[in-house]
Structures are given as structure tokens and as C-alpha cells.
Design a protein around this ligand. Structure first.
Ligand SMILES: [Zn+2]
Ligand SMILES: [Zn+2]
Length: 186
């Protein structure tokens, strides 16, 4: 089967749940030279150029867009570490263990955002679980639900954490949480 015979959009060859447009053409049009993609083996987010990977993957199973694999389910292709048939096996095993399994739910997306408490530090990815060095708030995505929502990770709400942070800043204008922690350890 020749590459030109592929009809767009096509369904994900691994899970059949998502649809793909002609990503090669779209990316060419947009002239994007750098794009994120997921390493299917390590599940890590990587920045690559268009030649290596298109950053286009199935959010249900994690299959990375690869036209070579679309025409032959037994080749590794250019962007996946496993063949389509091998990925199918992996995917259905995961679904059997957890019917709600979704590949994209485990991945922090690159979405820089200011710490909702101090508004000084910037987290690089959405819901990164990184701790803000300025105020000590852990980025657990609470702000998406509401500033009055209780965060279990932080044992606090954003509104109250903000009040506490501003109080500390009033007493000491140079207050930085990570320095405070360091000084109290020594
Ligand atoms: Zn899929
Ligand atoms: Zn902060």
C-alpha cells in the first residue's frame, strides 16, 4: 500500500478511538519547527523537530502518528518503539486493568502558569506537582477548580495560603519560602 492511498482522517490503528488528520501537511502549513511529543517508552515529554516526531499522538492509547505503521501493523516505523500489534496488546491489557485508562491523563502538558498564591513564580507545566520556591505552594491544579477549594496536598485553600503568604511578606518583605526552609534546617 502506497502512502498516497491513505485516506484522511483515519482512526488510531491501536485503539480506534481518536481520529487523525494529515498531520504532516498541517505542520508544514503552520511552519512549526519545534514541537512536543511523548516518548512512548519512558512517557516523557520531549521537544523535538518535525523530522523526528510530530507531537501528534492518540490521547487514548499514546500511539504516535506514524504513516509507516498505518500501512503495516508489524513494523516499528519512525516514531514508535513498538509495532502497532504490540501496542494493541499493551493497550488492551491496560484497559482490562483499568477501563478508564487514558494515556494523556498521566502527562503534564507544557502550560506555563503563575503560582496562584504568590503570583511570582512560574510553573512550566500544568498540574506539575512542583513546589513553588517563593511561597511553598505545591502546583496540584487546584486553581482550575476554585481559589476557595481545599487542596489536600497543600492542606490549605489558595485564598488562605495567599493571606498567610502576604502576612509573612508584611513582616519580612524579603520572605522567600525556600530560604526560610533552608535556614531552619541549618
Ligand atoms: Zn489510540
Ligand atoms: Zn508561589
Amino acid at each position: 500500500m502506497h502512502k498516497d492511498k491513505i485516506k484522511f482522517p483515519f482512526k488510531c490503528p491501536v485503539c480506534g478511538k481518536s481520529e487523525f488528520e494529515n498531520a504532516d501537511a498541517l505542520l508544514e502549513e503552520e511552519n512549526e519547527d519545534k514541537i512536543y511529543y511523548i516518548d512512548p517508552v519512558t512517557n516523557e515529554m520531549k521537544l523535538s523537530d518535525v523530522i523526528d516526531a510530530h507531537g501528534v499522538f492518540c490521547e487514548y492509547c499514546g500511539w504516535t502518528y506514524d504513516l509507516k505503521q498505518l500501512v503495516d501493523f508489524d513494523v516499528v516505523g519512525d516514531r514508535n518503539k513498538k509495532t502497532v500489534n504490540e501496542q494493541k496488546k499493551d493497550y488492551y491489557k491496560k484497559i482490562a486493568e483499568n477501563p478508564n485508562y487514558m494515556f494523556s491523563k498521566n502527562i503534564p502538558y507544557p502550560k506555563p502558569h503563575k503560582c496562584p498564591v504568590c503570583e511570582e513564580y512560574e510553573f512550566e507545566t500544568e498540574c506539575s506537582y512542583e513546589i513553588c520556591p517563593i511561597c511553598g505552594w505545591q502546583d496540584d491544579g487546584t486553581e482550575q477548580f476554585g481559589t476557595n477549594d481545599y487542596s489536600d496536598v497543600n492542606s490549605n485553600t489558595i485564598v488562605d495560603a495567599k493571606k498567610e503568604f502576604l502576612k509573612k511578606r508584611k513582616i519580612n518583605p524579603d520572605y522567600i519560602w525556600s530560604n526560610f526552609i533552608k535556614n531552619n534546617k541549618d
